[in-house]
Ligand binder design. Structure first.
Ligand code: GRG
Length: 295
């Protein structure tokens, strides 16, 4: 196993154990709700956001024990967003992480509630994380709430994305949507690690720049995979952007132009790390992984 695979497997183990502790057991009433949460949380997500929390925190010398609950909290918020995104009122999808979506496996009302409560459990996990000083917990809660919310966070981006369906967007408008919808939580993940590691202001700015490019890269490669990958390897329905008339990078730039943009964003992300004196090699490898990802 190479260094990055070893790191990702350690993050997965650590975060899955933490999620298991933080979320009520499937046998606890109301069992249907807790089964639904666990169905989606443990469906085989890549855990990229937790990996960013760990990779960034380690750059500034944070022990893993200080990073686990925050990484798990961000994964809970990400999973809530996927559950809600898959609902008939939004993207209306049957397949997620290679399995039936939460509302298909359970029902729509349960899926709405599972998403809602993943969000409250996430913030509770950070508030109660006693290995972190109280002021850092408050900063983390503000950072993550802004990234998940509005006007520049994930919910705002989702609203803009829904409103844009079927319309002709410029590249700047697409970027505005994706910086919020996908990029904000990815950026907050790397920033959270740096905050926990008590990075300096300049270091926080460098990490933010890295992660903003990475967040956009993540969406660019998502758009590329939607046109180039098959449903089986993707674990979600391929070709969905075309059928739902989404404005995407390949639609505007063509596949080759989109590949070029992806390379530029990956380079920009890695360059942003050059001012940091700590070992940023895992962050660089994560950018390469996102650039070359197949799912
Ligand atoms: C419903 C409030 C609300 C927000 C939804 C993130 C999102 C906003 C919708 C998902 C739509 C989508 C497919 C965006 C592309 C980028 C993305 C977030 C992909 C899914 O994330 P991965 O690839 O998923 O990290 P896994 O399953 O590996 O965790």
């Amino acid at each position: 196993m190479d260094d990055l695979s070893e790191f990702l497997s350690l993050v997965k183990q650590n975060v899955d154990a933490c999620l298991d502790r933080l979320v009520p057991g499937a046998g606890i009433e109301p069992t249907r709700l807790h089964e639904a949460i666990r169905w989606s949380l443990f469906a085989g997500g890549k855990r990229i956001r937790p990996a960013l929390v760990f990779a960034s925190g380690r750059v500034f010398g944070s022990p893993d024990a200080k990073l686990s609950a925050t990484a798990a909290a961000i994964e809970m918020i990400h999973t809530y967003s996927l559950i809600h995104d898959d609902l008939p009122a939004m993207d209306d999808d049957d397949l997620r992480r290679g399995k039936p979506t939460c509302h298909k496996q359970f029902d729509e009302a349960t899926a709405v509630l599972a998403g809602d409560v993943l969000q409250t459990l996430a913030f509770k996990a950070i508030a109660e994380d006693e290995v972190l000083p109280a002021d850092i917990r408050v900063k983390l809660i503000c950072l993550i709430a802004s990234a998940a919310g509005t006007p520049d966070g994930m919910v705002a981006g989702q609203q803009l994305d829904l409103e844009a369906e079927g319309g002709n967007l410029t590249i700047d408008q697409i970027e505005r949507i994706h910086r919020s919808k996908t990029g904000a939580l990815i950026t907050a993940s790397a920033m959270a690690g740096a905050l926990i590691g008590e990075a300096s202001n300049d270091e926080l700015i460098a990490i933010e720049k890295y992660a903003q490019s990475l967040g956009l890269l993540f969406q660019v490669t998502d758009d590329l995979l939607d046109v180039t990958a098959v449903t089986e390897s993707l674990g979600k329905t391929a070709g969905k952007d075309v059928t739902s008339q989404k404005a995407t990078y390949p639609k505007l730039l063509g596949v080759e132009g989109t590949v070029n943009l992806a390379n530029e964003l990956s380079d920009k992300a890695c360059q942003a790390l050059s001012t940091i004196s700590g070992d940023t090699s895992t962050l660089t490898k994560l950018a390469e992984m996102v650039l070359n990802r197949k799912r």
